[in-house]
Design a protein around this ligand. Structure first.
Ligand code: 5RP
Length: 236
């Protein structure tokens, strides 16, 4: 993944590296999902190989994170085997000024919310295009739903003011199936004025497993930007 001159890739690498540098030895790390977090996992693996980090175990938030952790040599554990998570690193699809998020672009938000919310420090890694004034401005809100409940859940989401669509697979006939074997409904809301209330209202619909609103969970946001053609990381 190194050696490329694509500035967007360089920027994702730098923000991933900045997050990986915050991981301490003897810690339990939540391993997020997505293309930005993938670089953080790579750099954690590099630090372990160099001996700069020791005694780190990861808890993956998805099949993708598990595969990458194995590839980069990060030992894995489960929530059954630990009593806390020191730090979680994860991407986001939107970040508002209060550090609330929309996540789920990779259909992994259910496990991500479990792991990220448990972490003593939750670090979000994004590029500047993910910063919005109001959640829902650029990204649809993902909702994971048990397959047999998709029709009544879509009707209930419409009653809440949303426009729901079932997420379809790419290079796969039919819908996206999550790591839990469920479906994802992406919902357009014109404006999400109260993310905390909407998060609870959606999760209260029978058949919904989890939605992609992460409210009051984020501790730190690292933002990657290209300035004068060079990748720069700042804290939001
Ligand atoms: C997966 C996620 C990702 O973290 C989110 O989609 C951001 O991904 P990327 O870093 O590739 O833009 O929520 O469910």
């Amino acid at each position: 993944m190194t050696g490329t001159l694509d500035p967007v890739v360089l920027m994702k690498q730098e923000v991933g590296r900045a997050a990986a540098n915050r991981v301490k030895s003897h810690s339990i790390v939540g391993l997020g999902t997505g293309s930005t977090t993938a670089y953080a996992l790579q750099f954690i693996g590099d630090r372990l190989k160099q001996g700069d980090l020791t005694d780190v175990v990861g808890i993956p938030t998805s099949f993708q994170a598990e595969v990458l952790a194995r590839e980069y040599g990060i030992p894995l554990t489960t929530l059954d085997a630990v009593d806390h998570i020191d730090v979680a690193i994860d991407g986001a699809d939107e970040v508002d000024p209060q550090k609330n998020l929309i996540k789920g672009g990779g259909a992994a938000h259910t496990r991500e919310k479990i792991v990220d919310a448990l972490a003593q420090e939750f670090i979000v890694v994004v590029d500047a295009s993910k910063l919005v004034d109001k959640l829902g401005s650029t990204f649809l809100l993902p909702v994971e739903v048990i397959p047999m409940a998709r029709t009544p859940v879509m009707a209930a989401l419409e009653k809440l003011g949303g426009k729901p669509t079932l997420r379809m697979g790419v290079k796969k006939a039919g819908p996206v199936v999550t790591d839990q074997g469920n479906l994802v409904i992406d919902v357009k809301f014109e404006a999400i004025d109260n993310p905390g209330e909407l998060e609870k209202a959606i999760n209260n619909i029978p058949g919904v497993l989890e939605n992609g609103l992460f409210v009051g969970v984020t501790d730190r946001v690292l933002v990657g930007e290209i300035i004068d053609g060079k990748p720069v990381v700042r804290e939001f």
